[in-house]
Write a protein that binds this ligand. Structure first.
Ligand SMILES: *Cc1c(COP(=O)(O)O)cnc(C)c1O
Length: 408
């Protein structure tokens, strides 16, 4: 593995990975029903064309500035840093992106692509509702229809997000078979898409799924790392020593980490270790998983002997995915990104600490990255760490108060 690292020239990495078939080394690809092969090729060709069109680029730039409120700031957490060691911790404030998380970065890109392709509808599934809300926002902006598939169990749990999606004009389609959660919603959304791909596009919510989604979502999210890199250099005159992001499917991590690949910077992804290391108690796919194909791509996944996804758990519903984007599996194999973890308890501690010391309430997902940075700050003793604060924690307040209210 260490050998392979020398073979890669990271200054031209983005041009070479993924290859034209969507592979990052052996990970990625496109494992889809034959009737969709041409449609996914169309999406890829359209994407390749529009990324070079100055009209598309300037339209996306305008949307980011005027609608999303980009660039989001990079912020030096002096009080948090001083409470730990001499290591200086900085946050990339994606919690200040419109709708309160990084997800809108790729949803707006996917919406603009849908417009270009002449599609009339965006289709997706959602678990906790975060991707559904971001996509419904993009659909409202572009005047597109939007069908969001959601398990009935999740609909009951996530009433505020269901209301948001409806308010934004999306149709929330209840899925009432099996366990009635995310897995069934993925299947139902994909099935619907197979019948309407002439009119609709399936918008994947992370750097996962068949080619070209891991590539497109990474590119749309890269704005996070490109901005942060420039801001950090301007603020300090140097690169950070380390960059840290939480990993569910891996989109916010791909966004902030990949623009630093060619720089002398240590890169870390943080997986959710949940309640512990037992199967079903965590969603640390790269830490405990094995190679396999799921949801149309080859990667490292938590699976049983039959190749079916294992049950997963995290306090952060955005992180409980049994696989991970193929590029992360590849970057780990190359030794370029190191993947660690944080438990529920560590994330909750970081949630309280960041709120109290900095006035920033992070999403429980982002709190995993903050928790890891806090551990790393002790280990490093000096230097600097840039953390992707992928979202704001208002959505998690009710849950945290119910379970940890005594810490107030
Ligand atoms: C969905 C979500 C995540 C996890 O998704 P990735 O694709 O791994 O980034 C992380 N943070 C927030 C705030 C989210 O909403």
């Amino acid at each position: 593995m260490a050998m392979m690292k020398q073979d890669i020239d990271f200054s031209v990495y983005r041009k070479n990975y993924p290859n034209k078939d969507g592979f990052f080394g052996k990970y990625g690809g496109s494992f889809i029903p034959p009737q969709l092969v041409d449609e996914f090729k169309n999406i890829y060709t359209a994407y390749e064309t529009i990324c070079q069109s100055s009209k598309f680029i300037s339209e996306l730039r305008r949307i980011r500035k005027e609608f999303q409120g980009r660039p989001t700031p990079t912020y030096h957490c002096e009080r948090l840093s001083n409470s730990i060691s001499n290591t200086q911790i900085y946050l990339k404030r994606e919690d200040l992106n419109h709708t309160g998380a990084h997800k809108l970065n790729h949803c707006m890109g996917e919406g603009l692509l849908a417009k270009y392709l002449g599609k009339k509808k965006l289709i997706a599934e959602t678990g906790a509702g975060q991707h559904g809300v971001a996509l419904a926002t993009a659909a409202a902006f572009f005047g597109l229809k939007c069908d969001i598939y959601m398990g009935e169990v999740d609909i009951a749990k996530q009433a505020p997000n269901v209301a948001r999606m409806k308010l934004l004009g999306a149709k929330v389609v209840p899925v009432s078979h099996g366990l009635m959660t995310l897995k069934e919603a993925v299947d139902a959304a994909f099935e619907a898409y197979m019948n309407e791909y002439d009119e609709a596009i399936y918008c994947i919510g992370s750097v996962v799924g068949p080619h070209p989604f891991p590539l497109m979502v990474r590119d749309f999210q890269s704005v996070v790392g490109i901005e942060a890199r420039e801001q950090f250099l301007e603020m300090t005159g140097n690169f950070p020593d380390a960059v840290v992001a939480c990993v569910g499917g891996g989109s916010n991590a791909a966004g902030i980490l990949t623009p630093f690949l060619a720089d002398p910077v240590k890169l870390y992804g943080v997986e959710p270790m949940g309640r512990g290391t037992k199967k079903g108690d965590h969603a640390a796919s790269l830490t405990y998983g094995t190679e396999g194909v799921m949801h149309g791509f080859n990667s490292i996944m938590l699976q049983n002997e039959k190749g079916e996804p294992d049950p997963v758990y995290s306090i952060a519903s955005g992180l409980d995915y049994p696989s991970v984007g193929p590029e992360h599996a590849f970057l780990r194999e190359l030794g370029r990104v190191e993947y660690g973890s944080a438990t529920d308890e560590e994330a909750v501690d970081a949630f309280f600490t960041l709120s109290r010391l900095e006035g920033v309430i992070p999403a429980l997902e982002s709190a995993h990255a903050v928790a890891y940075a806090m551990k790393l700050a002790v280990e490093m003793g000096s230097g600097s760490i840039l953390v992707n604060c992928s979202g704001r924690g208002d959505k998690d307040l009710d849950y945290v108060l119910e379970h940890y209210g005594d810490r107030l």
